[in-house]
Design a protein around this ligand. Structure first.
Ligand code: GLN
Length: 152
């Protein structure tokens, strides 16, 4: 699920009757990766009261770092990707405020803020790996998607 504007994406999912089928597919084990607004769509709780698909047991805060002008890049350590930090691009990004026991936090900013997580075959990144030429998150998702079945 792409970045963009989660309010719009979620409204369109409702309007075109995609929300329930997507929830069912996620729960039945379809691998889904959400970046930024996509991460918000996967979450159970959204700070401003908006309803996500609620397939990942975590709460997120939208626009958690400020406005467009507060967008930033960070050399982010992501241990499952190896020792080399990942060039993470954050654009009006959310962060993860609460994660349930089935959610594994994959990355944190230096001050401890959680910005990437996995639950079974669901992957969420607050940043945009597609804006860089570093394909390690894409590879990680493909490995996750093809690994033996795990409950979400
Ligand atoms: N701020 C957007 C939202 O709340 C997300 C921005 C993005 O996807 N880059 O949905």
């Amino acid at each position: 699920m792409p970045g963009g504007e989660s309010t719009t994406i979620l409204k369109l999912m409702q309007k075109f009757n995609l929300a329930i089928p997507l929830k069912e597919l996620a729960r039945s084990g379809l691998p889904i990766w959400g970046t930024c607004a996509g991460m918000i769509c996967l979450a159970k709780g959204v700070y401003n009261g908006m309803e996500g698909l609620a397939v990942m047991d975590m709460s997120v805060k939208r626009n958690a770092f400020g406005n467009q002008i507060n967008s930033f890049e960070s050399n982010l350590p992501i241990p499952p990707l190896g020792d080399e930090p990942f060039p993470a691009v954050f654009i009006r990004a959310p962060f993860i405020e609460r994660a349930g026991p089935r959610v594994e936090i994959l990355a944190r900013l230096p001050e401890g803020t959680a910005v990437a997580a996995r639950q079974g075959k669901l992957l969420a990144t607050a940043f945009h790996p597609e804006f860089t030429s570093d394909l390690r998150v894409h590879s990680y998702f493909l490995k996750m998607a093809t690994s033996p079945e795990r409950r979400q």
